[in-house]
Design a protein around this ligand. Structure first.
Ligand code: AGP
Length: 588
């Protein structure tokens, strides 16, 4: 949700921190701040806005010092204000803290600390960490002990990094990611590898209850009980850093276009991993699939594919609902978790609950070093590179491509995607060639307040996904509806010029869906068709190529992504960073 970064080393910290925060801005972008140490003094600058804006107004990058911490915020406790921006100092200026997560017992702690004379400056839960550290540090000036005492007091989920006036940077993790990047004479402590990948590919992934204390001479790891711990150094792929916009105006548009390659990459799974994944899956007594948002829509498609082609029944459960639906989850169950980030708190909670009940965990993730991947018995990677746009695009089709490969393995190649992806790639190229035409359709929808998207069978999850893209990118109310359900109620919403998008490729659903389109048209709606087959019912038509039936979702979602992107531009919204959202939702 928020991004945190700490740096100690030979270089000037401030410009490095600003650059790191820009790369991790997808995690939250309400406000920004950094703190550095210069001549034994902590200097703090912070303000509301995006990294580039705050950097320009407050000149963050010119704070002196070779040690520092930084933060971008996604507000949970306390409004979006300069005062609530991180870093937070205690009462004295000996310590400053940046935090990601939620401190659940902050009001009790705050009351206790106020009773001891501490003065709070913000409304955040995070500030209690600074005061707790100050309390424990001031008594014996022992950073190690202060960190342990502080962590023992906190409940909730957190990763935080603190800077101390003596030049030490220290971090702790509990259910939020924290990764060390090792550089000469120092280190980074970061929410994401992207925070340091420009400087090093040597990373240490901290476990829950790990604390790191670092300065130029030492890097010490221990747990909340004070016992030393060792964690392996992992070499992370430099490609993780390939997060530039290139020739595109936005990451989101670039990522939409990248799907031609990323679908292939995602489908190229290592056979051994794929077989062992499928082995676990096919031995399940009960199979569940979970995910949030877009990843949940992938789960819905997987459910159809498993049932139709592999004759495997499964249940899909939104991760945020998983805790309420545990009746049949047991040690003979298998849970497949789908997640781009592998850090979504709801998904992690579902995985942990299933694990506690003895289930096996499989996952499909884009970040192979993520928490979900690391807890899994077996995982498959989507391999689509960093997705910076907050709206999932290439990770969605990447997840589908992995799921098709799984189904193909289970049904001995009956879907056919493992053999040949050229049909799909050509079809996607055709849609991308129509970008301007889709942008022109978006032009006609400028004043639209509601958009309905219809689809049946495999196309229904795509209607949900298209609606989600329109909501989050263009701030327009949009709803995916199973086409057959329209007559059971939603038809009452249709009036003259209501926009209805109909996903209607020429498969077994075609005839029924075209009838739904006529029913809607008869009530005055403007109908936009996405199909390989033209029909006079459509006021606007987005042609897609004919592909083998089960593969249509991979193609038909792309015009919806493009449409949402151009609607966002029309609304003057920033497609990469939709308001109120964050890419990685690490709070529940
Ligand atoms: C998708 O456009 C959204 N930004 C969001 O729904 C996202 O898919 C969801 O938060 C799940 O994230 P994950 O795949 O990283 O777990």
């Amino acid at each position: 949700m928020c991004s945190i970064i700490g740096y100690t080393g030979r270089l000037y910290a401030a410009p490095i921190l600003v650059q790191s925060l820009k790369r991790m801005e997808y995690r939250g972008y309400d406000s920004v701040g950094i703190a550095t140490i210069n001549n034994g003094k902590i200097l703090i600058r912070k303000g509301i806005g995006k990294v580039a804006e705050v950097n320009e107004s407050l000149d963050l990058g010119h704070l002196p010092g070779q040690i520092g911490i930084g933060h971008t915020r996604w507000a949970t406790h306390g409004g979006v204000t300069d005062k609530n921006a991180h870093p937070h100092p205690g009462c004295t200026n000996d310590i400053a803290v940046v935090h990601n997560g939620i401190i659940e017992n902050y009001s009790e702690l705050k009351a206790e600390l106020i009773g001891l004379g501490h003065k709070f400056k913000s409304q955040t839960d995070s500030e209690v960490i600074a005061h707790l550290l100050e309390l424990h540090y001031s008594s014996h000036r022992d950073i190690r002990q202060a960190m342990i005492e502080t962590c023992k007091k906190l409940s909730g989920t957190y990763a935080f990094v603190a800077v101390f006036e003596d030049g030490t940077v220290s971090g702790a993790r509990y259910d939020e990611p924290l990764i060390i990047g090792i550089v000469d004479s120092g280190c980074f402590i970061s929410s994401d590898v992207l925070g340091f990948i420009e400087y090093t590919d040597k990373a240490i992934f901290l476990d829950n209850r790990d604390i790191v204390v670092s300065n130029r001479d030492r890097l010490e790891l221990f747990d909340f009980d004070g016992h030393s711990v060792t964690r392996p150094i992992t070499q992370v792929a430099w490609e993780l850093g390939a997060a530039e916009k290139g020739k595109y105006t936005h990451h989101t548009l670039k990522e939409i276009h990248e799907q031609i390659q990323t679908i292939i990459e995602a489908g190229n799974q290592n056979n051994e991993k794929l077989y062992s994944f499928c082995d676990i899956l096919s031995n399940a007594k009960n199979l569940y699939i979970t995910g949030s948002g877009t990843s949940y829509h992938s789960a819905l498609i997987a459910k159809h594919l498993f049932s139709r082609f592999a004759k495997i029944r499964c249940e899909t459960i939104m991760s945020s609902e998983f805790q309420y639906m545990l009746d049949a989850v047991d040690d003979k169950s298998v849970l497949i978790a789908i997640s781009q980030s592998g850090e979504t708190a709801d998904v992690l909670q579902a995985v942990k609950i299933a694990r506690q009940m003895g289930s096996k965990i499989l996952s499909v993730v884009n970040i192979p070093t993520s928490s979900v991947a690391r807890i899994s018995d077996s995982f498959l990677s989507v391999n689509c590179g960093p997705e910076i746009g907050v709206a999932a695009t290439k990770s969605f089709t990447g997840q589908l491509s992995v799921l098709y490969s799984i189904v193909d393995t289970l049904c001995n190649g009956c879907v056919g995607i493992s053999r040949d992806k050229s049909e799909i790639i050509k079809a996607i190229e055709l849609v991308l060639d129509d970008e301007i035409k889709i942008a022109e359709i978006a032009d006609t929808m400028e004043d639209t307040k509601d958009i309905y998207i219809l689809g049946r069978s495999l196309h229904y999850p795509i209607s949900l996904e298209g609606a989600l893209k329109i909501k989050e990118l263009a701030y327009i109310h949009a709803e995916g509806i199973p086409a057959g359900e329209i007559k059971h109620g939603p038809l009452a919403l249709i009036e003259k010029n209501t926009i209805v998008i109909v996903i209607n490729p020429s498969d077994a659903t075609y005839n029924s869906t075209i009838s739904s389109a006529y029913e809607i048209k008869a009530r005055g709606a403007t109908v936009i068709g996405i199909s390989d087959k033209l029909d006079e019912v459509y006021d606007h038509f987005i042609k897609i190529a004919k592909v083998s039936d089960p593969l249509f979702p991979l193609v038909e979602v792309i015009p919806l992504q493009i449409l949402a992107y151009y609607l966002a531009l029309k609304k003057k919204a920033d497609p990469d960073y939709p308001r109120n959202l964050a890419k990685s939702v690490t709070v529940r």
